[in-house]
Design a protein around this ligand. Structure first.
Ligand code: PEP
Ligand code: MN
Length: 286
């Protein structure tokens, strides 16, 4: 298809032939394989410190954690809000890590600017156009999840909103879409990864956690995503998944996560890439 038939421009491969590389606190996203890990939600100081200490030892540089949670039920845990962001920032700073967290509304932009390194826009807000335009104001990288019922074209147009509003630092994230299949939480569209790499110069990562809803599927889906050309992974990790206040079933145990890392490294090496993790971290041979 020629460029003229595509409704998006700035994010298209025709517009920019070379891959976009986003330098985030020294990590080159789009070049090295980005690994983001952490709990679905920040729950308390003990929880976030236990998980952060573990991730730091494994060399992980990016800590995820929801503070404002978009829960399907209004009766489910909604997140610790400002306190959650503060805990996340403190845990990350104490371990020299960067913070990824989901922003749900425009009125929280200053707060996120203060505490967060990468602003996540969740699947439910992919088409919240005022929010897409507003996050451009603070010039921080945006992790744009694919809408659960959005086509690749709609997703790239959502990215176009952010880029055309003045923020070119967009990382796309495939996190599964709604299909007739209910055996997994969502259906991971692996094909979207190499397709998006053809259509766009933006980096794209995979979230196998929301994608499958099942911790035992995280490793194979992660490897599949990396084999398909993903620029990284965002994985939910919890020290006590059975007690988790959100998404426990899909959160991997700490030792489970640890065992995946050498396989991720192999898969990255196979593509001639390296994992964006600290190799001098204790007890890893990465
Ligand atoms: C999450 O990352 O915890 C999350 C809610 O993601 P998504 O928007 O993809 O459902
Ligand atoms: Mn989650």
């Amino acid at each position: 298809m020629s460029n003229s038939r595509k409704p998006y421009q700035l994010v298209s491969r025709e517009w920019q032939k070379s891959d976009t590389i986003i330098n985030i606190n020294g990590t080159e996203v789009g070049k090295d394989i980005l690994l983001i890990a952490g709990p679905c939600a920040v729950e308390n100081e003990d929880q976030i410190y236990t998980i952060t200490e573990f991730l730091k030892k494994k060399g992980i540089r990016f800590l995820r954690g929801g503070a404002y949670k978009p829960r399907t039920s209004p009766y489910s845990f909604q997140g610790l809000k400002t306190e959650g962001l503060q805990l996340l920032r403190k845990a990350a700073d104490d371990h020299n890590m960067s913070v990824v967290s989901e922003i749900m509304s425009i009125d929280k932009i200053e707060e996120f600017d203060e505490y967060v390194d990468i602003l996540q826009i969740g699947t439910r807000n992919m088409q919240n156009y005022p929010l897409l335009k507003a996050v451009s104001k603070i010039k921080k990288p945006v992790l744009l999840k694919r809408g659960m019922s959005s086509t690749v074209e709609e997703w790239l147009l959502a990215a176009e909103y952010i880029v055309s509003s003045g923020n070119s630092q967009v990382i796309l994230c495939e996190r599964g879409i709604r299909t007739f299949e209910t055996a997994t939480r969502n259906t991971v569209d692996i094909a979207a990864i190499p397709l998006v790499k053809q259509l766009s110069h933006l980096p794209i990562i995979l979230d196998p956690s929301q994608g499958t809803g099942n911790r035992d599927l995280i490793e194979p889906l992660s490897l599949a995503g990396l084999a398909a050309g993903a620029d990284g992974l965002i994985i939910e990790v919890h020290n006590q998944p059975e007690e988790a206040l959100s998404d426990g079933e899909q959160s991997v145990y700490l030792d489970q996560f640890e065992n995946m890392l050498p396989k991720f490294r192999q898969q990255a090496n196979f593509r001639g890439k390296k994992l964006a993790i600290n190799t001098n971290a204790k007890s890893t041979s990465l």
